[in-house]
Write a protein that binds this ligand. Structure first.
Ligand SMILES: [Zn+2]
Length: 266
Protein backbone atom coordinates (compact mmCIF):
# COMPACT_ATOMS: atom_id res chain seq x y z
CA UNK A 1 0.00 0.00 0.00
CA UNK A 2 1.42 3.37 -1.01
CA UNK A 3 2.64 5.38 1.94
CA UNK A 4 2.49 2.40 4.29
CA UNK A 5 -0.24 1.58 6.76
CA UNK A 6 -2.43 4.44 7.82
CA UNK A 7 -1.98 4.77 11.57
CA UNK A 8 -3.26 8.32 11.90
CA UNK A 9 0.06 9.74 13.11
CA UNK A 10 2.69 11.74 11.32
CA UNK A 11 5.28 9.34 9.95
CA UNK A 12 8.73 10.57 10.81
CA UNK A 13 9.99 9.64 7.35
CA UNK A 14 7.62 12.21 5.85
CA UNK A 15 7.78 14.79 8.59
CA UNK A 16 11.15 16.37 7.85
CA UNK A 17 12.65 15.02 11.09
CA UNK A 18 15.31 12.81 9.43
CA UNK A 19 16.56 15.83 7.46
CA UNK A 20 17.36 17.64 10.72
CA UNK A 21 19.07 14.54 12.09
CA UNK A 22 21.21 14.24 8.95
CA UNK A 23 22.14 17.94 8.92
CA UNK A 24 23.14 18.05 12.59
CA UNK A 25 25.21 14.89 12.18
CA UNK A 26 26.98 16.33 9.14
CA UNK A 27 27.61 19.75 10.64
CA UNK A 28 28.40 19.00 14.29
CA UNK A 29 29.12 15.25 14.39
CA UNK A 30 26.33 14.94 16.93
CA UNK A 31 23.85 12.09 16.69
CA UNK A 32 20.25 13.07 17.45
CA UNK A 33 18.19 10.17 18.77
CA UNK A 34 14.42 10.29 19.19
CA UNK A 35 13.49 6.61 19.04
CA UNK A 36 15.08 3.36 20.19
CA UNK A 37 17.00 5.42 22.73
CA UNK A 38 19.20 3.41 25.10
CA UNK A 39 18.88 4.12 28.81
CA UNK A 40 21.81 6.42 29.63
CA UNK A 41 24.40 4.66 31.78
CA UNK A 42 25.43 5.96 35.16
CA UNK A 43 22.18 7.81 35.85
CA UNK A 44 18.90 6.81 37.41
CA UNK A 45 16.96 9.22 35.22
CA UNK A 46 14.08 7.72 33.28
CA UNK A 47 12.58 9.04 30.09
CA UNK A 48 9.62 8.56 27.82
CA UNK A 49 10.17 8.48 24.08
CA UNK A 50 8.38 10.95 21.84
CA UNK A 51 5.04 9.53 20.76
CA UNK A 52 4.54 9.78 16.98
CA UNK A 53 1.47 11.95 17.55
CA UNK A 54 3.89 14.55 18.95
CA UNK A 55 6.28 14.53 16.02
CA UNK A 56 5.07 18.02 15.09
CA UNK A 57 6.32 19.20 18.50
CA UNK A 58 9.58 17.34 17.92
CA UNK A 59 9.93 19.09 14.58
CA UNK A 60 9.36 22.50 16.20
CA UNK A 61 11.99 21.63 18.82
CA UNK A 62 14.48 20.53 16.15
CA UNK A 63 14.13 23.88 14.44
CA UNK A 64 14.98 25.61 17.73
CA UNK A 65 17.83 23.19 18.45
CA UNK A 66 19.41 23.78 15.05
CA UNK A 67 19.18 27.56 15.55
CA UNK A 68 20.74 27.38 18.99
CA UNK A 69 23.58 25.05 17.91
CA UNK A 70 24.18 27.56 15.13
CA UNK A 71 25.07 30.21 17.73
CA UNK A 72 28.31 28.36 18.53
CA UNK A 73 31.63 28.70 16.71
CA UNK A 74 32.24 25.56 14.70
CA UNK A 75 35.27 24.62 16.81
CA UNK A 76 33.13 24.50 19.95
CA UNK A 77 31.84 21.05 19.10
CA UNK A 78 35.33 19.80 18.25
CA UNK A 79 36.41 20.57 21.82
CA UNK A 80 33.26 19.19 23.39
CA UNK A 81 33.25 15.74 21.82
CA UNK A 82 29.54 15.65 22.53
CA UNK A 83 28.39 12.33 21.08
CA UNK A 84 24.64 12.35 21.15
CA UNK A 85 21.55 14.34 22.04
CA UNK A 86 18.54 12.29 23.08
CA UNK A 87 15.25 14.02 22.37
CA UNK A 88 12.56 12.69 24.67
CA UNK A 89 8.99 13.52 25.52
CA UNK A 90 9.44 13.44 29.27
CA UNK A 91 12.30 12.86 31.62
CA UNK A 92 12.19 12.04 35.33
CA UNK A 93 14.67 11.62 38.10
CA UNK A 94 13.27 9.98 41.23
CA UNK A 95 9.75 10.95 40.12
CA UNK A 96 10.85 14.55 39.73
CA UNK A 97 10.38 15.99 36.25
CA UNK A 98 13.56 17.16 34.57
CA UNK A 99 13.78 19.20 31.42
CA UNK A 100 17.25 18.06 30.56
CA UNK A 101 20.40 16.42 31.79
CA UNK A 102 23.99 15.91 30.78
CA UNK A 103 25.51 12.48 31.16
CA UNK A 104 29.26 12.84 31.26
CA UNK A 105 29.99 9.15 31.08
CA UNK A 106 28.30 8.70 27.70
CA UNK A 107 28.79 12.32 26.57
CA UNK A 108 25.08 12.58 26.02
CA UNK A 109 22.64 15.42 26.52
CA UNK A 110 19.03 14.50 27.07
CA UNK A 111 16.39 17.14 26.35
CA UNK A 112 12.64 17.16 26.76
CA UNK A 113 10.96 18.41 23.63
CA UNK A 114 7.52 19.30 24.85
CA UNK A 115 7.05 20.08 28.53
CA UNK A 116 5.69 23.58 28.80
CA UNK A 117 6.30 24.09 25.06
CA UNK A 118 7.74 27.50 25.81
CA UNK A 119 10.35 28.17 23.12
CA UNK A 120 12.37 30.56 25.29
CA UNK A 121 12.59 27.96 28.00
CA UNK A 122 13.54 25.32 25.45
CA UNK A 123 16.32 27.52 24.08
CA UNK A 124 17.51 28.22 27.61
CA UNK A 125 17.57 24.53 28.51
CA UNK A 126 19.73 23.64 25.49
CA UNK A 127 22.47 26.05 26.61
CA UNK A 128 22.07 25.09 30.25
CA UNK A 129 22.96 21.46 29.45
CA UNK A 130 25.76 22.52 27.11
CA UNK A 131 27.25 24.47 30.00
CA UNK A 132 27.19 21.38 32.25
CA UNK A 133 28.96 19.56 29.45
CA UNK A 134 31.67 22.23 29.17
CA UNK A 135 32.20 22.33 32.89
CA UNK A 136 32.46 18.58 33.22
CA UNK A 137 34.81 18.15 30.29
CA UNK A 138 37.09 20.96 31.47
CA UNK A 139 37.24 19.50 34.96
CA UNK A 140 39.10 16.56 33.55
CA UNK A 141 41.98 18.92 32.78
CA UNK A 142 41.60 21.91 35.08
CA UNK A 143 39.90 22.00 38.43
CA UNK A 144 37.33 24.72 38.44
CA UNK A 145 37.90 26.93 41.44
CA UNK A 146 34.79 26.41 43.57
CA UNK A 147 36.26 28.51 46.35
CA UNK A 148 36.68 31.47 44.04
CA UNK A 149 33.07 31.07 42.91
CA UNK A 150 31.64 30.80 46.40
CA UNK A 151 33.47 33.96 47.42
CA UNK A 152 31.39 35.84 44.86
CA UNK A 153 28.26 35.18 46.92
CA UNK A 154 27.41 37.13 50.03
CA UNK A 155 28.72 35.76 53.29
CA UNK A 156 26.62 33.01 54.83
CA UNK A 157 24.85 32.17 51.59
CA UNK A 158 24.13 28.44 51.35
CA UNK A 159 23.02 26.76 48.13
CA UNK A 160 20.16 24.30 48.10
CA UNK A 161 17.18 26.20 49.45
CA UNK A 162 15.35 27.44 46.38
CA UNK A 163 11.91 26.45 47.65
CA UNK A 164 11.75 29.59 49.75
CA UNK A 165 11.55 31.62 46.57
CA UNK A 166 8.62 31.59 44.20
CA UNK A 167 9.52 31.36 40.53
CA UNK A 168 7.16 34.21 39.75
CA UNK A 169 9.35 36.57 41.76
CA UNK A 170 12.04 36.31 39.14
CA UNK A 171 10.15 37.78 36.19
CA UNK A 172 11.01 41.42 36.55
CA UNK A 173 13.83 41.32 39.05
CA UNK A 174 16.37 38.72 40.16
CA UNK A 175 15.02 36.28 42.75
CA UNK A 176 17.81 37.36 45.03
CA UNK A 177 20.81 39.62 44.67
CA UNK A 178 23.52 37.79 42.74
CA UNK A 179 21.22 35.23 41.09
CA UNK A 180 19.58 35.10 37.69
CA UNK A 181 16.89 32.51 38.45
CA UNK A 182 15.36 30.62 41.33
CA UNK A 183 16.93 27.42 40.05
CA UNK A 184 20.34 29.10 40.39
CA UNK A 185 19.96 28.84 44.15
CA UNK A 186 20.16 25.03 43.99
CA UNK A 187 23.93 24.59 43.64
CA UNK A 188 27.04 26.36 42.27
CA UNK A 189 26.84 24.17 39.13
CA UNK A 190 23.21 25.13 38.48
CA UNK A 191 23.94 28.77 39.29
CA UNK A 192 26.64 28.89 36.62
CA UNK A 193 24.60 26.93 34.06
CA UNK A 194 21.63 29.26 34.57
CA UNK A 195 23.68 32.43 34.13
CA UNK A 196 25.33 31.00 31.03
CA UNK A 197 21.99 29.93 29.52
CA UNK A 198 20.59 33.43 30.16
CA UNK A 199 23.59 34.92 28.35
CA UNK A 200 22.82 32.77 25.31
CA UNK A 201 19.11 33.70 24.97
CA UNK A 202 18.51 37.18 23.67
CA UNK A 203 15.62 38.34 25.86
CA UNK A 204 17.25 36.88 28.98
CA UNK A 205 20.61 38.35 28.02
CA UNK A 206 18.93 41.75 27.82
CA UNK A 207 17.44 41.37 31.30
CA UNK A 208 20.72 40.11 32.71
CA UNK A 209 22.53 43.17 31.35
CA UNK A 210 19.93 45.39 32.97
CA UNK A 211 20.19 43.63 36.33
CA UNK A 212 23.99 43.66 36.27
CA UNK A 213 23.85 47.45 36.34
CA UNK A 214 22.64 47.38 39.92
CA UNK A 215 23.85 43.94 41.01
CA UNK A 216 27.65 43.76 41.33
CA UNK A 217 27.59 40.09 42.43
CA UNK A 218 25.70 39.07 39.30
CA UNK A 219 28.07 41.18 37.21
CA UNK A 220 31.10 39.42 38.69
CA UNK A 221 29.53 36.04 38.11
CA UNK A 222 28.87 36.90 34.46
CA UNK A 223 32.49 38.00 34.08
CA UNK A 224 33.69 34.78 35.73
CA UNK A 225 31.60 32.70 33.34
CA UNK A 226 32.80 34.63 30.30
CA UNK A 227 36.41 34.02 31.38
CA UNK A 228 35.65 30.33 31.73
CA UNK A 229 33.98 30.20 28.31
CA UNK A 230 36.80 31.92 26.47
CA UNK A 231 39.29 29.54 28.10
CA UNK A 232 37.16 26.65 26.85
CA UNK A 233 36.61 28.02 23.36
CA UNK A 234 38.88 30.97 22.42
CA UNK A 235 36.49 32.08 19.67
CA UNK A 236 33.88 32.92 22.31
CA UNK A 237 35.55 36.19 23.27
CA UNK A 238 34.10 39.68 23.75
CA UNK A 239 33.66 40.07 19.99
CA UNK A 240 31.59 36.88 19.99
CA UNK A 241 29.26 38.27 22.68
CA UNK A 242 29.02 41.61 20.86
CA UNK A 243 27.93 39.89 17.66
CA UNK A 244 25.79 37.15 19.15
CA UNK A 245 22.39 38.72 18.62
CA UNK A 246 23.21 41.02 15.74
CA UNK A 247 21.39 40.46 12.48
CA UNK A 248 19.28 37.52 13.64
CA UNK A 249 16.00 39.41 13.23
CA UNK A 250 12.96 38.15 15.07
CA UNK A 251 13.58 34.67 16.32
CA UNK A 252 10.36 32.76 17.08
CA UNK A 253 9.73 32.73 20.81
CA UNK A 254 12.34 35.42 21.17
CA UNK A 255 10.36 38.57 20.45
CA UNK A 256 10.43 39.71 24.07
CA UNK A 257 6.68 39.45 24.42
CA UNK A 258 6.98 36.31 26.49
CA UNK A 259 9.60 37.49 28.92
CA UNK A 260 7.23 36.63 31.73
CA UNK A 261 7.80 32.99 30.97
CA UNK A 262 11.51 33.34 30.59
CA UNK A 263 13.06 32.34 33.78
CA UNK A 264 13.02 28.85 34.94
CA UNK A 265 15.53 26.28 33.99
CA UNK A 266 17.01 22.99 34.91
ZN1 LIG B 1 21.40 21.74 35.45
Amino acid sequence: MAGGASVGFAQDGMSGIPEYVTRVRAQYSIELLYKDIPQPQGTTALYQEVHPRNYSKLLAFLKILEEELGRYPSRFFEFSQLQQIYLVEKCFHHDRPMEGLYNDRDRVILLEIARGSNPIRQRHNIHHELFHMMERSVQRMVRLDEEEWSKLNKDHFVYGQPSRYKESESFSSPPREGFATVYSLTSPQEDRAEIYACLMVRSQNRLLSKWMGSDPILKQKVEYIKRFIVAYCPEMDERYWDRLFKGTGNVPGEDGSREKENFSGR
